[in-house]
Design a protein around this ligand. Structure first.
Ligand SMILES: [Zn+2]
Length: 227
């Protein structure tokens, strides 16, 4: 049995509703596009398919198992909604990574880049927060197992992937971190496009990125030692 009414799951559902509104307000998706999920133990709370962000309530957020079985909703809304069409992609990413939350956007800068480039290069050192240069996964139809496989493959060693002619996916240890990464990814894509307007931009080397990652790690250790 799955504990579908735990405080943690209730909090995750409420958080998914508020971050969905932010997704729209921040211009990372339009209408009911985009979706996000949070993993709580063996249960995944995922935004419903085709419901406008203004109308979404916590009880509309669907609960599924890690293998994709819908869990009857005991909080007053007996599966009125169907889980996001990208559920296979979310589940594949949970299976392949240590993700606890996933954000899928249809944001304009990454979509524009996806149509013209094979990856988002290191235009700024903050890209180390996504694991390095972000790959563009080949185009595969939305909602398909093929898209789930392509996205998961391109995520190897990264916390973000761009989906060609579609959008992007980021993940994190919680929804706030996954969302922050989606915003960072969109900002990096915009910055890269601006740099291209001047000509061929300088890109940071792998060594420079390794140095940034090592320094960030060292500083985090320093913070932990503080009383
Ligand atoms: Zn999508």
């Amino acid at each position: 049995m799955y504990a579908t009414d735990s405080d943690e799951l209730q909090a995750a559902r409420a958080q998914l509703v508020s971050f969905s509104a932010r997704l729209r307000d921040d211009g990372l998706a339009v209408g009911s596009a985009g979706n996000m999920s949070v993993r709580v133990g063996d249960v995944v709370a995922i935004t419903p398919s085709g419901i406008g962000y203004d109308d979404m309530r916590p009880s509309d957020v669907c609960l599924i198992t890690l293998t994709g079985t819908e869990i009857p909703n005991e909080t007053g809304c007996p599966n009125r909604e169907t889980p996001s069409s990208e559920t296979p992609m979310h589940l594949a990413i949970y299976a392949a990574t240590r993700a606890r939350a996933i954000v899928h956007t249809h944001s304009p800068e990454v979509i524009a880049l996806s149509a013209a480039r094979e990856e988002l290069p290191a235009i700024h050192y903050a890209i180390t927060g996504l694991g390095g240069p972000v790959r563009v996964a080949p185009y595969v139809r939305f909602g398909s197992a093929g898209l789930a496989a392509a996205a998961t493959r391109a995520l190897d060693g990264r916390q973000a992937v761009i989906l060609r002619n579609h959008g992007a996916v980021t993940y994190g240890r919680d929804l706030a971190q996954a969302y922050e990464r989606a915003v960072l990814l969109e900002w990096l894509a915009r910055t890269y496009r601006l740099a291209l307007s001047y000509g061929e931009p300088a890109i940071l080397s792998a060594e420079a990125l390794d140095e940034v990652a090592a320094e960030a790690k060292r500083r985090r250790y320093g913070e932990r030692r503080q009383p």
